[in-house]
Design a binder for this molecule. Structure first.
Ligand SMILES: NC(=O)c1ccc[n+]([C@@H]2O[C@H](COP(=O)([O-])OP(=O)(O)OC[C@H]3O[C@@H](n4cnc5c(N)ncnc54)[C@H](OP(=O)(O)O)[C@@H]3O)[C@@H](O)[C@H]2O)c1
Length: 231
């Protein structure tokens, strides 16, 4: 397989970090992106200690000027991007009751979880040739058909919006032969998922790595465990 240039946002820890680890191990050139330079370089150093070589790219997805600058950096270094994996997201502690919470909870969540992927697509798209892929890390919490559990409503609404964004982008980019899909990693043991979650980061990362590298022709779909699930 031709090595691809792949960018993973919010990859200094958790599922994103594991996605980077697995993609590097498959021989791809992977950009480990993080908003914190200190955390990002430390993550790259941890991988290097395992014999895995990723490149650090500083980018806060909620800050448009940083996304623009990061895209310019990738244009200069590689001249292209084959796969964009939007992984960065927040789930705020005070995200409890949509009818009562401060509007800032909703706004901050939306800025990272929805505007962030929109900005990365906008600025990296010019680098993406036909055959490229955009993968949005969503959640069953954003599903309109799964039972709604009543947890973290701003987060769940942001993932519903990310699913909708996935479908619209898939339609818009079909004529450029760029596929756009969303996936749910399941409930995973990370800082966000907590210790009680049943899945490891290896299990959580699997579908993203598969969507990035396998012969997947689908676009505008929602996946879990390598299978299409309903929105
Ligand atoms: N864990 C689960 O059970 C689960 C389930 C369904 C979906 N997901 C999704 O899977 C993805 C990864 O989650 P995770 O569990 O690995 O969470 P995590 O351990 O909390 O990691 C989230 C990552 O996103 C980064 N981030 C947050 N805001 C950012 C911003 N504005 N710009 C750039 N990076 C930013 C964080 O950076 P800092 O270290 O600087 O905060 C961190 O690296 C998310 O999209 C999440 O919604 C997770």
């Amino acid at each position: 397989m031709e090595p691809k240039v792949i960018l993973v946002t919010g990859a200094n820890k958790g599922i994103g970090y594991e996605v980077v680890r697995q993609l590097c191990a498959l021989g791809h050139q992977v950009l480990l992106s993080a908003r914190s330079e200190a955390k990002g370089t430390e993550a790259v150093a941890r991988l290097k200690a395992e014999g895995i070589h990723a490149r650090f790219l500083q980018m806060d997805v909620a800050r448009e000027e940083q996304v623009r600058a990061a895209a310019q950096e990738v244009a200069g270094q590689f001249g292209r991007l084959d796969v964009l994996i939007n992984n960065a997201a927040v789930l705020l502690h005070d995200d409890k009751h949509v009818s009562e919470d401060q509007a800032t909870v909703f706004e901050k969540t939306w800025r990272t979880n929805v505007t962030g992927p929109l900005l990365t697509v906008k600025y990296f798209l010019p680098l993406m040739p036909p055959g490229s892929r955009i993968i949005n890390t969503s959640s069953g919490g954003g599903s309109m058909t799964d039972p709604v559990g009543g947890w973290s409503p701003a987060y769940c609404i942001s993932k519903s919006a990310l699913n909708a964004l996935t479908r619209h982008l898939a339609f818009e980019l079909a004529n450029r032969q760029i596929t756009v899909n969303a996936y749910c990693p399941g409930w995973v043991r990370t800082d966000m998922g907590g210790r009680a979650a049943p899945r490891s980061v290896q299990q959580g990362a699997d579908t993203a790595v598969w969507l990035a590298t396998a012969r997947v022709q689908e676009t505008g779909k929602f996946f879990r465990d390598r299978r299409i699930i309903s929105w």
